[in-house]
Design a protein around this ligand. Structure first.
Ligand code: G3H
Ligand code: ZN
Length: 293
């Protein structure tokens, strides 16, 4: 059942767990994510990026999410989110397409410019009741590892707790993506969270905090982050790895088989299994009372 993201976050805030925001690219990944949510009775956020819009087109992929939420999700709350919108027009398109939440990512711009771009997105989105995620501090991909190796001070791009309040009061965002040491991509053992920074951010604000770059982060660190106020955890790479590994295995085994379903079925199941395990880790599994709905 498609719901507004605020409904999902209300319960997560009250009962102090995190919701997985899983990136989808097609029907298969959407089915996997929603089937996992149904299997473990978890609310879920399904999100798409600009790259996915280029690949699958906005309206078709939005309709895929909506229809899977309705016909597969049943009573499980599913929210639709636009991830890492880099410009106001991109965000506006997703607001118009019916998303209940959008991310405006101006995090690589200077502070004042980030505020200006984010505020523009907020004033448009709020006219339609759509929530906006802002980002303060930058979350890098593997270039972050290069920066660290080169000895660059990580506090140059991690979220500054002293600026968080001003950022929120100036922009009126609804959720905040923080940079506390994660990277986009899966770099097991090399993504260390700055938990004391997260505690300071949490103490400064009272809004749902979003952890990007969730793939590759150690489970113990994920649990500590949730205890310190993280309410959304973005996961993309781990799903792509699960899908692709399964696909490679099937293609190696079944070289003369041309039925796509023979490959895509197990790959979809592999993603579902990964999502289920993450939902247990995030504490969202079992939170939907199916009989009460
Ligand atoms: O916005 C998407 C996420 O931050 C995904 O990060 O690929 O490290 O899971 P990830
Ligand atoms: Zn991200």
């Amino acid at each position: 059942m498609l719901v507004h993201i605020k409904e999902i976050l209300r319960d997560a805030g009250r009962r102090k767990y995190a919701i997985g925001a899983f990136n989808t690219v097609n029907l298969e990944t959407t089915l996997a994510i929603v089937r996992a949510a149904v299997a473990v009775r978890s609310p879920v956020i399904v999100q798409i990026s600009e790259k996915t819009i280029k690949y699958a087109e906005l309206k078709p992929i939005a309709d895929v999410i909506r229809t899977v939420a309705r016909h597969v999700g049943g009573v499980i709350p599913v929210a639709m989110h636009f991830d890492h919108g880099r410009s106001f027009p991109a965000v506006r398109e997703c607001v118009d397409a019916g998303f209940s939440s959008v991310h405006i990512d101006a995090s690589e711009s200077p502070f004042e410019e980030n505020i200006a771009v984010t505020s523009q997105a907020v004033s448009y989105a709020h006219r339609f009741g759509v929530w906006v995620q802002g980002e303060l501090g930058t979350i890098f991909g593997k270039e972050g590892l290069t920066k660290l190796r080169a000895g660059q001070d990580p506090s140059a791009y991690l979220t500054d707790p002293a600026r968080v309040r001003e950022y929120i009061t100036s922009t009126h965002i609804d959720t905040l993506a923080v940079s506390i040491g994660t990277l986009h991509g899966s770099f097991r053992g090399r993504e260390r969270l700055d938990l004391s920074r997260l505690s300071k951010i949490s103490a400064a604000v009272s809004m749902p905090l979003v952890l990007h770059g969730g793939s590759g982060v150690a489970p113990a660190e994920i649990r500590s982050a949730i205890r310190r106020g993280i309410r959304i955890i973005n996961i993309d790479t781990d799903l792509r790895i699960a899908f692709t590994k399964s696909l490679r295995r099937s293609l190696r085994k079944l070289q003369t088989n041309y039925d796509l379903r023979t490959y895509l079925g197990p790959a979809t199941a592999a993603v579902q299994e990964k999502v289920e395990r993450l939902m247990v880790l995030f504490g969202s599994a079992g939170k939907v009372n199916v009989s009460a709905r």
